[in-house]
Design a protein around this ligand. Structure first.
Ligand SMILES: Nc1ncnc2c1ncn2[C@@H]1O[C@H](COP(=O)(O)OP(=O)(O)O)[C@@H](O)[C@H]1O
Ligand SMILES: [Mg+2]
Length: 341
């Protein structure tokens, strides 16, 4: 099938700061993802072009000519301001671009803004507290265990088992330690012991679809079971082999609850094209850990998203093209408006 569309795959290259850190793999992942997306677009007969963007070449975005931009800019942590500049440059091209708006991206890349947004929309998430200096009095109504997460990171950066604490004294120590080590604020939130799911949302011609949820199966289910950095990135560790992604059987009640909360999150936060909610459940009570507005794209079976689109009968190319088509549909003028010009 001939596909007339020129698609630019815009993606961020690892920054010098990240290359010098222990977390370079997380940004190399974006490069690998761009290459996979490029191949998927070729499978669909489109004319893709890779546009790598380095921290000192964001200006190159202005020169892009394409019908659609697949936006894989994903600088986070202390590099988040670079993503802000890149999203603004993409917006200025006037070319339809996939997924998160600048505002969506900045909100979901900052766990403080995200928790505030979830609370403001009355979406279920565990009780939390922000620590900017580390000496703030700890809220008294926390039910322990509590987890300490870095405010601006993703990909489980900063998550080791000692991020989960059992009491207020340990919490105060961990909070100060993390702020000192990483030089950014942290949030503490009640740790939900229960099942964990990654739920992919995809906008299709027929409307917002919630794909079959993927479950993260842990060997045990307690405060020791969480997606640590090692469990996601360090293949030789015991943590890595202590969890895996699978397609679960869900009771109708739990399935409906997950569907409804995920759908509500997507629409209320104004997400576009695709997204992934990371959630935990206790019985049929749902807690949103976070909602990713531009989640990583890959055909690897280690990704919850991959398990989900395959369960929905899609290939990676189908999945990518559905995102691109949704994006281009959004920017197409209704015929009545087109006629008036
Ligand atoms: N409140 C929580 N209760 C239980 N586990 C949590 C909680 N918050 C985070 N986790 C664990 O830590 C992992 C990473 O947390 P998440 O908020 O998704 O941040 P990231 O942006 O690093 O993916 C989750 O996949 C989950 O295993
Ligand atoms: Mg997550």
């Amino acid at each position: 099938m001939k596909n007339p569309h020129a698609i630019a795959v815009v993606y961020s290259l690892p920054t010098k700061r990240v290359i010098a850190s222990p977390y370079a793999d997380t940004e190399q992942d974006t490069v690998d993802s761009a290459e996979e997306v490029y191949e998927a677009l070729k499978v669909k007969g489109a004319s893709p072009k890779l546009v790598p963007v380095a921290e000192d070449s964001i200006d190159a975005i202005a020169g892009i000519r394409a019908d659609c931009i697949v936006n894989l800019i994903d600088w986070t942590g202390l590099d988040l301001p670079l993503s802000d500049v890149a999203f603004t440059a993409i917006e200025h091209t006037g070319i339809p671009y996939t997924g998160a708006t600048r505002e969506n991206y900045l909100t979901t890349s900052d766990k403080i803004l995200m928790k505030k947004a979830l609370d403001a929309h009355k979406l279920p998430t565990s009780r939390w507290q922000l620590f900017e200096i580390g000496t703030e009095p700890v809220r008294r109504d926390f039910d322990y265990p509590v987890i300490v997460k870095l405010a601006f990171e993703h990909c489980s950066i900063g998550l080791t088992h000692d991020a989960v604490v059992d009491n207020v004294q340990e919490l105060a120590v961990r909070v100060r330690q993390r702020i000192k080590t990483f030089g950014e604020p942290v949030i503490a939130e009640e740790f939900i012991i229960g099942r964990e799911f990654q739920v992919t949302v995809l906008e299709t011609k027929g409307g917002v679809a919630i794909l079959p949820p993927a479950e993260i199966i842990f060997d045990t289910q307690g405060p020791e079971s969480l997606l640590t950095y090692e469990s996601r990135w360090e293949e030789t560790t015991t943590d890595y082999s202590s969890s895996r992604v699978a397609l679960p059987r869900l009771t109708a009640r739990l399935g409906a609850a997950i569907d409804s909360v995920t759908r509500k999150t997507f629409t209320e936060l104004g997400f576009r094209d695709y997204a992934r909610a990371d959630i935990r459940t206790r019985e049929s009570t749902i807690f949103i850990l976070e909602s990713n507005s531009n989640p990583g794209l890959s055909d690897s079976d280690e990704y919850g998203m991959t398990v989900s689109y395959k369960a929905a009968g899609m290939t990676f190319a189908d999945f990518v093209w559905t995102i691109v088509a949704s994006c281009m549909r959004r920017f197409t003028r209704p015929p009545s408006l087109a006629l008036r010009r």
